[in-house]
Design a protein around this ligand. Structure first.
Ligand code: ZN
Length: 190
């Protein structure tokens, strides 16, 4: 089922997700819906908060992006990114590392808004997958960026928080207008 994506101005995007203790059938259904919603919106990642659920759960799939490479290491050895996708991250813990890397970023909760964001190049991840099994890996490139962006969502952090002051200033009108539209829509529906 495709779920409505919450947009900037919706308070749920600022809420930290609760840890998931058990992969119930409701969680499995939510994972399915997150993927369906993300693919329909042509995104590379989607966090539970973006569909109104305050949980430590995000989904990622970078396969559709051809022009921005990703790297993956499993047990210290280079591994195939595509066969590791799609990726479910439950209760993820990350350790970013490497040099700061700047690249374009967007967010499905901020339609039509893009900016360059600087984040560490690599990230070490431990999490549970969709079957509740513990996974550990190291990612670089787009995959690292997507993981850091999604884990931010799980902690109520948005990419505008990591924008340069100059970019944020130049996007001020668009951000305020989006926030206002979201508030009006929330009022109508609630
Ligand atoms: Zn996002």
């Amino acid at each position: 089922m495709i779920l409505p994506i919450r947009t900037f101005g919706d308070p749920v995007l600022r809420h930290k997700g609760a840890r998931i203790d058990k992969i119930t059938s409701a969680i499995q259904k939510l994972i399915e819906d997150l993927f369906e919603t993300m693919y329909a919106a042509a995104g590379v990642g989607l966090a539970a908060q973006q569909v109104g659920q305050e949980l430590q759960l995000a989904v990622i799939d970078v396969r559709a992006v051809k022009d921005r490479p990703s790297t993956l290491e499993l047990e210290g050895k280079p591994a195939d990114v595509h066969s590791f996708m799609p990726l479910v991250l439950i209760n993820p813990e990350i350790r970013p590392s490497g040099e700061p890397s700047t690249g374009p970023e967007g967010c499905l909760s901020f339609p039509e808004i893009y900016a360059d964001i600087t984040r560490p190049e690599s990230v070490e991840v431990t999490a549970l997958n969709g079957n509740g099994e513990r996974i550990g890996f190291k990612a670089g490139g787009l995959l690292s960026r997507a993981i850091q962006h999604e884990v931010d969502h799980l902690n109520g952090i948005l990419f505008i928080d990591r924008m340069s002051t100059v970019d944020k200033k130049s996007l001020k009108a668009e951000l305020e207008s989006l926030q206002e539209t979201t508030r009006v829509d929330l009022k109508k529906s609630g």
